[in-house]
Design a protein around this ligand. Structure first.
Ligand SMILES: Cc1cc2nc3c(=O)[nH]c(=O)nc-3n(C[C@H](O)[C@H](O)[C@H](O)COP(=O)(O)O)c2cc1C
Length: 215
């Protein structure tokens, strides 16, 4: 797959037609993508997934071909770069975003999809808006996305954060808008769980020396 294809998954629960802060920030970042990079934008509230049912350990999974699940599975498989654009809700991703990620657990078991092998090496990015001005409160969202990327052996480009409460507020966060300009140009290393990174450092350098020698 030579052409990069970005899939933006919009996770705000605002009413249709209300462009929220997360989407505004994501669009600022996307404006900087080079020509030739394909973009697809899907609102998870306009295409609501059914409640996820955990059938991992019983019946056969059938590949969804219709409705939101069919649309989102196909779009996910077609993307080289997945952008989770979710506002910060209770310090983590929004419910529609979480439900989308829960469906990955079903797709991982769906015959003929090869979800894990397909996702491996692709890149996960995050964009979020939050009312809090101290961005470390978004650490749980960061951890959710980073560890999800590690589980799928994906690359992780980090999370672009912007401050705002009501729609449009994020446009006053000039530091966030500046970060948006270069966000997608950043390196996206393979995500590793913290314990894997430690093991690799020890293996590569012996006895824990050489801090920073990670993937
Ligand atoms: C259900 C809900 C939970 C929220 N939880 C947080 C939170 O934990 N921390 C925070 O800083 N802001 C929180 N907010 C504020 C939103 O993150 C903020 O309004 C953001 O700009 C919304 O993004 P949007 O405009 O893209 O929808 C919450 C808002 C809602 C509706």
């Amino acid at each position: 797959m030579s052409t990069r294809r970005f899939l933006f998954l919009l996770g705000s629960s605002r009413d249709e037609g209300h462009e929220g802060n997360t989407e505004l920030l994501a669009r600022r970042a996307a404006e900087q993508l080079p020509e030739g990079v394909e973009q697809e934008w899907i609102s998870l509230t306009e295409h609501p997934l059914p409640e996820f049912v955990d059938q991992r350990h019983d019946s056969d999974h059938v590949r969804p071909t219709e409705g939101a699940a069919g649309l989102l599975l196909d779009a996910t498989l077609a993307a080289t770069d997945l952008v989770i654009a979710s506002p910060l809700y209770w310090y983590s991703v929004s419910a529609p975003t979480k439900r989308y990620l829960d469906h990955w657990s079903g797709w991982l078991r769906t015959p003929g999809v090869d979800f894990k092998a397909t996702m491996a090496g692709r890149t996960l990015w995050g964009v979020t808006a939050l009312a809090h001005e101290e961005f470390e409160v978004a650490d749980p969202l960061y951890g959710t996305l980073h560890h999800t990327a590690a589980y799928l052996e994906m690359r992780f480009g980090g999370v672009l954060l912007g401050n705002g409460s009501k729609p449009g507020d994020v446009l006053n966060d000039t530091a966030a808008l500046a970060r948006a300009k270069t966000f997608f140009a950043q390196e996206a290393p393979l995500a590793r769980f913290p314990y894997e990174t430690e093991t690799e450092t020890e293996t590569e350098t012996g006895a824990g020396a050489g801090a920073g020698a990670t993937a």
